[in-house]
Write a protein that binds this ligand. Structure first.
Ligand SMILES: Nc1nc2c(c(=O)[nH]1)N[C@H]1C(S)=C(S)[C@@H](COP(=O)(O)O)O[C@H]1N2
Ligand SMILES: [Mo]
Length: 459
């Protein structure tokens, strides 16, 4: 790892990325298989990280003394000369000093020629919005950049009696309809899935990065179903179908559509959707796991019963301890994670830090987030940034003075229904150990005496 791979020196925390080499990955899995994770079942070995972080990260003086640097009196080049002309030659880009902030493939997943998941760098983000170029990606059959002038949405019924008039709409027609803009999170049902298997991926990017939040713009699906004259007494479900090769089809209960929440979205963070995220049209199903947010949306069918498609009967099911599969567990339950400090980062020195993180619930607003620095023995309430929005990320912060001793940092969210995020142990009691999806357990980060932060699970 070279200097350029690190965060700019102005930050309190260094976030080495991609520092897990092939040997490191093998070791993670070997240890996980061996079950060699003791009280703090710490699977990750920071292969190669120590050298690169070494002195550089720790020579910094007390982080916020503000005692100053005499160089402030010397005028740098950029204060004396003429800067560059306006950026008219294309789409604006981040500073070259931020080149380390990238979507990444997880070292915990099998590496294939055509990768199908990229994770958002949660450790580098502020507030609640995920910049579109950093939004996580999950493609079951690759992504496409579809010509919007040729894209069509069809609305039909499983039985002709369920609606008056099947429709076929072009993007230009859809975009003439009344629209709304709303902030919502999207989380893949498999987010944090590795932790079920006791495999501690090194950073929050890999443990929680199948999570993003955008302002989506589009037409409520209800508007279009009204146009088609749907008989809501009989048509209690809709099936959404994508135009890519994955035959992605998911059943959505009509109550969600009738509430006006489900959107035929074309906008994301003030511009058209990115191709990776379903350009030119995707379904937005607030609170529901990512798989139902069908991209390249080409068809909506209304029906009177669920379809039990492959992505609802075989995939995205939860294997329970008794051997039963739980189906249609679509809603992403209340969850939170501390993003700073988090795995792979290094605290420069003892003293003041702002513990910061994200909380969300598929059932509504976040009501409260508590933070512990001693593995859950004592809790303090965090400050929530702004007014929490329903089915949206909420940023929380907490003042912390680190005494230089090992700390176990956790966050525990509660939503407006009163649901409290469970400990991993509590979740395993109900769900067993053989799940892949829907892990909303409390995450623990160990801050070591040397300042390094590690992903651990408390048994
Ligand atoms: N057409 C289509 N829609 C899709 C998928 C897909 O592969 N094809 N993947 C789904 C899954 S599993 C998730 S988690 C989300 C991911 O959305 P994103 O790639 O915009 O992050 O899209 C969903 N919609
Ligand atoms: Mo997903």
């Amino acid at each position: 790892m070279n200097q350029d791979d690190r965060q700019p020196s102005g930050r309190l925390l260094k976030a080495p990325e991609n520092f897990l080499d092939a040997d490191g990955v093998r070791r993670v899995f070997a240890e996980a298989k061996d079950g060699r994770r003791g009280f703090l079942r710490q699977a990750f070995v920071a292969a190669g990280a120590a050298g690169a972080l070494g002195g550089a990260a720790r020579v910094a003086a007390a982080p916020v003394s503000g005692d100053g640097d005499p160089a402030i009196l010397e005028l740098p080049e950029h204060s004396k000369g003429l800067g560059q002309a306006v950026v008219t030659d294309g789409y604006g880009k981040p500073s070259k000093y931020e080149a380390n902030v990238q979507r990444r493939q997880s070292p915990g997943l099998t590496q294939t020629a055509q990768a199908s998941v990229s994770f958002a760098p949660l450790q580098s983000l502020f507030g609640i919005v995920t910049p579109s170029g950093l939004h996580f990606e999950r493609h079951h059959q690759g992504w496409w950049d579809i010509d919007p002038s040729k894209h069509r949405l069809m609305v039909n019924g499983s039985d002709p009696g369920l609606l008056k008039k099947p429709l076929v709409l072009g993007m230009d027609e859809l975009m003439r309809l009344p629209s709304v803009s709303r902030f919502h999170f999207i989380e893949c049902g498999a987010n944090t899935g590795m932790e079920w298997g006791n495999v501690a991926v090194p950073t929050v990017q890999y443990s929680h990065g199948m999570l993003s939040c955008s302002e989506f713009t589009g037409v409520p699906l209800r508007v279009v179903l009204d146009m088609a004259g749907v008989d809501y007494k009989k048509a209690r479900y809709v099936l959404a179908e994508g135009a890519d090769g994955s035959s992605m089809t998911r059943t959505i209960p009509m109550e969600m559509v009738e509430s006006g929440e489900v959107l035929l979205a074309y906008g994301q963070n003030g511009e058209m959707l990115r191709p990776e995220n379903g350009y030119p049209l995707r379904l937005v199903v607030p609170g529901v796991q990512g798989v139902s947010w069908v991209k390249y949306l080409r068809r909506i069918e209304v029906g009177d019963q669920p379809w039990a498609t492959k992505d609802e009967a075989i995939h995205y099911v939860d294997l329970m301890p008794g051997g039963l599969h739980r189906q249609y567990t679509s809603i992403q339950e209340c969850k939170s994670v501390v993003t700073t400090p988090s795995g792979g980062q290094v605290l420069l020195d003892k003293g003041f830090y702002n513990i910061s993180g994200l909380a969300w619930s598929g059932r509504g607003r976040i009501q409260r987030v508590d933070v512990s620095v001693d593995g859950g023995r004592n809790w303090r309430s965090a400050r929530l940034e702004g007014t929490p929005l329903p089915k949206c990320l909420t940023r929380f912060n907490l003042d912390w003075v680190w005494d230089g001793k090992p700390a176990l940092i956790q966050s525990r969210a509660m939503d407006e229904t009163g649901f409290v995020q469970p400990a991993m142990r509590q979740l395993r009691e109900v769900r067993g150990t053989r799940s892949i999806y829907h892990n909303n357990a409390i995450q623990t980060w160990l801050v070591q005496e040397d300042g390094e932060v590690k992903n651990v699970q408390l048994s």
